[in-house]
Design a binder for this molecule. Structure first.
Ligand code: IMP
Ligand code: MG
Length: 318
């Protein structure tokens, strides 16, 4: 594997290489690469803060390693060497006292490894977890788009009390954020379905609890792929006599569409790749990623499983 193809955690241990400029320490270069990987913008040592004076003369400054403009946060990296940690903590305390509006965080190596493990990388990651090839939409980009959708829906449904219907389980992150971005009284309900092989089709394993007759229903989906699921659900919901029925999908994999289904609200159009994170899973993993990423492809297994529960995606990405 070429070094460029490696994930940050797969690269050689930091002690054994000289960091590229402008970095003073290998762990800083490594951290910068991880930030790049997750699409978080960074500036290296952009500002020095005077923290001690003798008369008018500044006698001590503190320069945090990184500034992350997206998070409005300064980050200082530290190792486990206790003498250094104590010294850094002293400087940080002074900085916080003197500049209370500045947000600064000391990041220990173990925090950083935990961060990596959450995304399936690094020494703490579980064995056998597939890698994320790249981040398609950062957590920030997702949040911004969901807020926009919420505003649009609030305008369009002004004076109404829509029922949001979600299809478990992939939709739960999107639903939770979307409903809070809608400034109307809303009700929420969920359905669950399973896929069966050999022409048996789709089956509802959890039906609606609410009566949607005469209500304005907004079907909320995480991702529309072939459109077959949505087609089935729309027919079903229509049979329950709603006053109106519309669809809001976070992701639209339009190039794969088979069934012609109407999408009234779309977060992002996405390429034909297997996506995980923000509720989307592969074999029940990766749902807790705060961003939406592309799963690294793998050759398909010899025999595909039968009777796949929609809630867990065991079909391998192409
Ligand atoms: P469709 O019936 O082919 O449109 O499939 C839609 C369902 O398949 C979605 O609700 C997802 O649960 C699942 N799905 C489709 N593409 C992906 C993906 O890239 N990642 C995770 N789940 C997916
Ligand atoms: Mg879904």
């Amino acid at each position: 594997m070429l070094p460029e193809e490696q994930t940050p955690a797969e690269r050689p241990p930091t002690r054994d290489w000289t960091p590229p400029p402008p970095f003073a320490h290998p762990s800083e270069a490594e951290f910068a690469r991880i930030l790049d990987f997750y699409g978080v913008r960074w500036e290296y040592e952009p500002r020095s803060f005077p923290i001690r004076w003798e008369g008018d003369r500044v006698v001590e400054m503190f320069t945090p390693d990184f500034y992350l403009p997206d998070l409005d946060l300064y980050v200082e990296l530290t190792t486990l060497k206790q003498s250094l940690v104590t010294e850094k903590n002293r400087k940080l305390r002074l900085l916080r006292q003197l500049y209370p509006h500045i947000r600064v965080k000391l990041l220990y190596r173990r925090d950083y490894h935990r961060l990596l493990a959450r995304y399936g990388f690094g020494p703490l990651a579980q064995a056998g977890v597939r890698k994320i090839e790249r981040v398609l939409f950062s957590a920030d980009a997702v949040q911004k788009r969901v807020a926009e959708l919420g505003r649009q829906i609030s305008q369009d449904y002004k004076g109404k009390e829509p029922v949001l219907v979600g299809v478990l389980r992939g939709v739960f992150c999107f639903m939770a954020d979307l409903m809070r971005a809608i400034s109307l009284p809303v009700s929420v309900d969920f359905m669950a379905i399973s896929y069966y092989g050999k022409g048996e089709g789709v089956r509802i394993t959890k039906d609606l609890d609410l009566d949607i007759q005469g209500r304005d229903v907004l079907l909320v989906e995480d991702i529309v792929d072939t459109g077959m699921t949505l087609h089935f659900l729309l027919r079903y919901l229509e049979s329950r006599g709603p006053a109106s029925l519309k669809v809001c999908a976070l992701l639209d994999k339009r190039v794969r569409r088979i069934a012609d289904v109407p999408l009234h609200y779309v977060g992002f159009e996405v390429p034909d790749e297997f996506l995980v994170g923000y509720g989307l899973d592969y074999l029940e993993k990766y749902r807790n990623l705060p961003f939406i990423g592309v799963l690294k492809p793998e050759p398909p297994p010899d025999s595909p499983p039968q009777g796949v529960d929609k809630a867990s995606h065991s079909h391998p990405p192409q």
